[in-house]
Structure formats: structure tokens, C-alpha cells
Ligand binder design. Structure first.
Ligand code: GTS
Length: 220
């Protein structure tokens, strides 16, 4: 398998965490696509993923799967005993819902903030920006943090009582939040405590430290 990604990116981090949790890293070859140079918007890459985003999983038969959720579902199904996406119909439904909610309320909102209300990937790549929309999405993401704090006051993990793809999606959101200097509000103590606990997992700790290594600018 090949994965087109960028090693410090928050969305690619989701798939790399899933690979770590599933012990599949050695089965994947990573192909770097340089976001800062706009390599993801070239015709050659748009032919790989119409949406022009990373990551993309490419199977040995040439099938390409984009979208972190879809990629994680594929990887998790490989050994017939899903660890991240739910074993029962109920768990599958709840995990998918909470993953989607993590994207809508947190991760995607931060991404819009980054691309529209900060220098983003630089003037050559960010050819259209709408700062007002970006700041609204930043505020939405902060509300999202409060929402997930409330969830974690009630239960140990984002989708219930076990670690799942939904936790990984919120982790991706918090990795992105750190890159754009958007701290977890002090009052969100359950979210902060959960994030500290998540970093006890080697797959998560490694990704966070790699993302933090992009010190001078995001996506270094
Ligand atoms: N819905 C997609 C998914 O879940 O895979 C979103 C993927 C996404 O936005 N990926 C980022 C990207 O390609 C990668 S990173 O910023 O996290 O490294 N962004 C570039 C862009 O121009 O949107």
C-alpha cells in the first residue's frame, strides 16, 4: 500500500495514528506531497484525488481511497477484527457519527480558519481567502472544544467507553489547534485530561511530537 501525505499534517496524522494502533506501519510506503508548494492542487495530484487533499491511500490493485474516515475504515477491516471503527452495528453507527462531528465541529473548522484567516500555506497556495468566514470557523472550533469537554465529562472516550476512530479525529483537531495557536480553553478540564491520557498511547505521542517539530511554521 502507498499513502500520499505530508508528515506533519493534522489529517495525515489521523491515518498515521490508526496505522500505529493497528500495527500496520510496515505495510505502507509514504509518498510526500508538499502542501506548501501547492503540490496537492496540481493536475497530476487532482487526478489522484479530485478533492486535492491529503491523505490518499493507494492499494496494490490501483484503487485509491481518500478521506481519513474511509481510509481508517479500510485499514481497520483488514484483519477482520475491527479495533477502531466498532464491532457491532450500534458501535459502528456511534463511532461514525462522533467522527463526523469531530470533523464538522472541530477539525474542519480549524482548517477553514487556517486557510482563510491566517497566512495558511502561503500566498502562492491560498489564492482565495475570506477572513471573516475563517474567524467564524475559529469560534465554532472553540465551541466544539466545549462540546467535546461535555462529552468527556460523561464518558472516558469520544464515542463511549473504548478508544476509537472518533478519538483519533478529535486528536487531529487538537494537533491542528496547536499549529494555529488555538489553545484548549482552561475551563475544558475534561478535554485537557483526556488529551493528556491520549498521549500515553505511543501512536499519539509520536504524531504530536512530530507535528510539534514544525516549529517555525505549520507544515514545515
Ligand atoms: N476531508 C478530508 C479528509 O478527511 O481526508 C480533509 C483532508 C485535508 O483537508 N487534508 C489536508 C489538506 O490536504 C492535509 S493537512 O493540512 O492536514 O496536512 N489540506 C490542503 C488544502 O488545501 O485543503
Amino acid at each position: 500500500m502507498r499513502i500520499y501525505d505530508w508528515h506533519t499534517g493534522p489529517y495525515p496524522a489521523r491515518v498515521r495514528i490508526a496505522l500505529g494502533e493497528l500495527g500496520l506501519q510496515s505495510r505502507v510506503k509514504f509518498v510526500p506531497v508538499d502542501l506548501r508548494r501547492g503540490a496537492h492542487k496540481t493536475p497530476a495530484f487532482l487526478a489522484i484525488n479530485y478533492s486535492g487533499t491529503l491523505p490518499v491511500l493507494e492499494l496494490d490493485d490501483g484503487t485509491r481511497i481518500a478521506e481519513c474516515t474511509a481510509i481508517t475504515q479500510y485499514l481497520d477491516a483488514l484483519n477482520g477484527d475491527p479495533l477502531l471503527t466498532g464491532a457491532t452495528p450500534r458501535d459502528k453507527g456511534v463511532i461514525h457519527m462522533m467522527t463526523k462531528r469531530a470533523e464538522i465541529e472541530l477539525l474542519d473548522a480549524i482548517s477553514v480558519y487556517f486557510h482563510h484567516a491566517t497566512p495558511g500555506l502561503g500566498a502562492d497556495v491560498e489564492i482565495y481567502q475570506n477572513p471573516e468566514w475563517g474567524f467564524r470557523q475559529r469560534d465554532k472550533a472553540v465551541r466544539g472544544m466545549s462540546y467535546f469537554d461535555g462529552v468527556l465529562q460523561q464518558q472516558a472516550f469520544i464515542a463511549g467507553e473504548a478508544f476509537s476512530m472518533a478519538d483519533i479525529a478529535v486528536i487531529g483537531g487538537l494537533i491542528f489547534a496547536e499549529l494555529v495557536d488555538l489553545p484548549i480553553p482552561l475551563k475544558c478540564s475534561a478535554l485537557s485530561a483526556w488529551y493528556t491520557r491520549m498521549q500515553e498511547r505511543p501512536s499519539v505521542r509520536d504524531r504530536i511530537s512530530i507535528s510539534r517539530s514544525a516549529t517555525t511554521q505549520p507544515f514545515e
